[in-house]
Write a protein that binds this ligand. Structure first.
Ligand code: NAD
Length: 434
């Protein structure tokens, strides 16, 4: 098929590349001209494991192209995906400006029957809104709008996209359903389901999934917090809990809270949707409140270790992206931690394997940047760990000890072993473990 993907960020670039990998001809479109120039020169604009190989292959074979001109990009496309940002608006709800303005433009560009597929995470009723905006300039027989929420995880996006656990398609049009099935069949050869439903249910499914996962993380963070108060070890509780097949092992690791470009805004957006229909979705309020506190746990523990005075303390931070294997720092707990430490006049030196340039763009010369984990440790009073990158799991302890002025570690992701740290003579704090 000939496909256009509008919005070439984490979702759009991965989707476009993976559709090309299945033999489709894909044009990715973005208003960010610098991004398009870079991609046209073969330089990726974000870090995602495995993306480079299929990006290069499909570009080389002419199936993947990039443009910043919407009219050129959608020419001949029978399916147009919207992978546009839907950030949190001032009222907590999702801001649909990008989605609706692109829909308006498409209405006056489309000339023959085209499927408009929304991959952005959008509130219930958006497919209907997009349809009515398109209808301003386009005959309704020339398009269908499909809700097709995306479930890929940054850091594992290629695998998730090429072998999705399920595809959700929201449409009431038989033509749209047939085209979507044809497009996605090659991705589900192992038998994972393509679930077809109405548009509103598809839109709600995405929020339900993200809100559930955010709740699961938050629940374990609360178990960790209570573990600290009653003297339990959350690791033991977690392992036993995870053996229950009704609960499952995943998403049970406590830490410094969830971040990223999805969970925080999607929980807020679902709360906003609920308020709009006079439903008091109580769990969401608790999730937001607990997470706001949880993401400052490393800061809180550092402050308490230094008896409330962090002024002049030199602190290293390892891990800045909101999770490992991505360079994405949107809503990362590191941002809140850095802000709080700077407000207390601490001196910071930070390290991350992939996201350091994104952090530098925000903090500039307010903090120092290290190019490896160990240079970050020179003469520091303490180390905080904020992201569970694999490289932090088995560090060179003797090197750490020789570099740090005082061997205090606050491990916000429980990547190190408390007993081992004690044996080595570190002063070690983690989340929910003695
Ligand atoms: P992103 O910010 O990485 O990418 C969005 C891209 O759209 C940017 O490159 C931006 O320049 C471009 N853009 C903005 N306005 C435009 C316009 N008018 N015309 C053309 N391009 C425009 O965002 P993302 O992380 O890819 O997320 C996109 C959507 O997918 C959001 O709704 C998000 O909630 C959802 N989603 C994200 C993930 C994820 O892991 N990142 C997973 C599932 C769903």
């Amino acid at each position: 098929m000939k496909i256009a993907v509008i919005g070439t960020g984490y979702v759009g670039l991965v989707s476009g590349t993976c559709f090309a990998e299945m033999g489709n001809h894909v044009t990715c479109i973005d208003i960010n001209t610098a991004k398009i120039e870079s991609l046209n020169q073969g330089v990726l604009t974000l870090y995602e494991p495995g993306l480079d190989t299929i990006f290069n292959r499909n570009r080389d074979q002419g199936r993947l192209t990039f443009t910043d001109v919407l009219a050129n990009g959608i020419k001949d496309a029978s399916v147009i995906f919207l992978a546009l940002p839907t950030p949190q608006g001032a009222d907590g709800g999702a801001d649909l400006t990008a989605v609706l303005s692109v829909a308006e433009e498409l209405g006056s560009l489309i000339q023959s029957y085209t499927l408009i597929v929304n991959k952005s995470t959008v509130p219930v009723g958006t497919a209907q809104k997009v349809s009515s905006v398109l209808s301003n300039n386009l005959d309704s027989s020339l398009f269908d709008v499909v809700a097709n929420p995306e479930f890929l995880r940054e850091g594992a996006a290629i695998q998730d996209f090429l072998k999705p656990e399920r595809i959700v398609i929201g449409t009431s049009s038989e033509t749209a359903k047939a085209i979507m099935k044809e497009l996605y069949e090659p991705f589900v050869r192992q038998g994972n389901p393509i679930l077809v439903m109405d548009e509103i249910s598809a839109e709600l499914t995405k929020y339900a999934a993200n809100a559930y996962l955010a709740t699961k993380i938050t629940f374990m963070n609360e178990i960790a917090n209570i573990s600290e108060l009653v003297g339990a070890n959350v690791d033991s509780v977690r392992k036993a809990l995870g053996t229950d097949s009704r609960i499952g092992k995943r998403f049970l690791f406590p830490g410094v809270g969830f971040g990223g470009s999805c969970f925080p805004k999607d929980v807020q957006a679902l709360k906003h949707t609920s308020e709009g229909v006079n439903y008091d979705f109580k769990i969401l309020n608790a999730v937001i409140e607990v997470n706001d506190k949880q993401r400052l746990k490393v800061y809180d523990k550092l402050k308490s270790h230094f008896n409330g005075n962090l002024s002049g303390k030199r602190i290293a931070l390892w891990g800045l992206s909101f999770k490992p294997n991505t360079d994405d720092i949107r809503e990362a707990p590191s941002l809140y931690t850095i802000d709080a430490l700077l407000a207390d006049d601490a001196t910071l030196i930070v390290y991350d394997p992939e996201s350091i340039n994104n952090i530098r763009a925000i903090y500039k010369d307010k903090i120092e940047y290290a190019d490896n984990p160990y240079t970050a440790l020179k003469d520091v009073d303490a180390l905080g760990i904020l992201t569970e990158w694999s490289v932090f799991r088995t560090p060179e302890y003797s090197k750490m000890k020789s570099l740090m002025a005082s061997t205090v570690i606050v491990d916000g992701r429980n990547v190190l072993d408390p007993q081992h740290m004690l044996n080595l003579g570190f002063t070690y704090y983690s989340i929910g473990r003695p």
